[in-house]
Design a protein around this ligand. Structure first.
Ligand SMILES: [Fe+2]
Length: 352
């Protein structure tokens, strides 16, 4: 009996493995086919990337080997790259700008061409430019990460203003130099107005919010109960829970506010093609690849970001995007990051 059971288990394993492998091959082949439908420009492809090499280097390499297109990548912060593109003007060698957030592309949006309708229809409306000038590749949700020993879900705040309550005094963290935090603040200024946004930053400081250099140490601090709530993006938690295998031993989880306010902003990493690109076909191949199932699964499994095309499954521990009440704002309206930095300086949250 036992032998039969073992044989059946083995058989199921072999079948599953074979199916998994062959469907992966089909996916890659499908991508190669997509790449061959459009001609390839001889000039290769110059990507200006505001996303770090450690995050996207390997998926760009995969594109290079599948497509045979020679890729050159310039890495930097999204803001630096936007300034460089502005400075280079018509002479910029960049074919595409792949940014960390839409604000950077929006600040030079006049230098981008409209993407084709077939490209744009791959992602939902909220995840692309109002004018069709950029398209999101992957999504990141703002979230409150909380310590599961010290905070009950029922006691969590309903919106970011609730964090000004005395009961959270000395129990919170934030990373004001982090660009996603600054984008969230930009959404807050749009939704609440400058005065309320400034008042919120000040009340958080009066509530002794602890300053972290970035998000990972903030999430770690929540896991260790050094603080009880952190203001971060959703994926940092999974570095500990999934990637480091800590599971339930890691005493923190994400909480998605459902007020539709800035605390539930979902951002995307967008990509756009420069007007002046001399390798527009190659740029199109790259965008097709980034929105293929291969790349979208890469983001799901490596950066733990949200896929933006249909039919790609996320890890069951993540809250599905469809269950997140996204901030009631267009991502095209989040270009004034500089204004948010100024506000943080005015409040004393950042040095002048
Ligand atoms: Fe991040």
């Amino acid at each position: 009996m036992n032998k039969i059971l073992r044989f059946l288990t083995l058989l199921i394993f072999v079948i599953t493995f074979t199916v998994a492998c062959s469907s992966e091959t089909v996916e890659i082949l499908k991508d190669v086919k997509v790449v061959k439908e459009i001609p390839v420009d001889k000039g290769g492809l110059v990507i200006y990337s505001g996303r770090k090499e450690s995050l996207v280097g390997s998926i760009i390499e995969q594109f290079e080997s599948i497509s045979g297109i020679k890729v050159e990548v310039k890495y930097g912060s999204s803001g630096e790259i936007a300034s460089q593109i502005m400075l280079e003007g018509n002479k910029t060698p960049a074919d595409v700008f792949y940014a960390q957030d839409p604000g950077a592309i929006e600040s030079v949006v006049g230098m981008f061409q409209a993407l084709s309708p077939t490209t744009l229809e791959k992602v939902p409306d909220w995840a692309k430019s109002n004018e069709g000038k950029w398209i999101g590749v992957s999504g990141r949700a703002r979230t409150l990460v909380y310590n599961t020993d010290n905070v009950k879900v029922a006691d969590m705040p309903k919106n970011l203003n609730d964090l000004c309550d005395a009961k959270w005094k000395g129990r919170m963290g934030w990373a004001p130099t982090n660009s996603s935090f600054q984008t969230m603040l930009t959404a807050m200024r749009e939704l609440w107005g400058e005065d309320k946004a400034l008042a919120w930053v000040k009340c958080m400081m009066e509530n002794d919010v602890k300053v972290y250099p970035k998000n990972t140490p903030q999430v770690e601090a929540v896991g260790k109960a050094e603080i009880d709530i952190g203001l971060v993006n959703h994926y940092y938690l999974y570095k500990f829970v999934l990637d480091a295998g800590e599971g339930d031993k890691f005493k923190a989880r994400n909480f998605h506010l459902d007020s539709g306010g800035p605390g539930s902003l979902v951002m995307v990493s967008p990509i756009g093609i420069l007007n002046t690109s001399i390798n527009k076909n190659n740029a199109q191949h790259f965008i097709n690849f980034m929105l293929s199932e291969v790349s979208q699964n890469y983001f799901v499994n490596s950066t733990r970001e949200y896929p933006l095309i249909e039919g790609v499954e996320i890890h069951p521990l993540l809250t599905p995007l469809s269950e997140i009440t996204k901030a009631n704002i267009s991502l095209s309206d989040l270009s004034d990051i500089q204004g948010s930095i100024k506000l943080l300086q005015e409040a004393g949250a950042l040095p002048k």
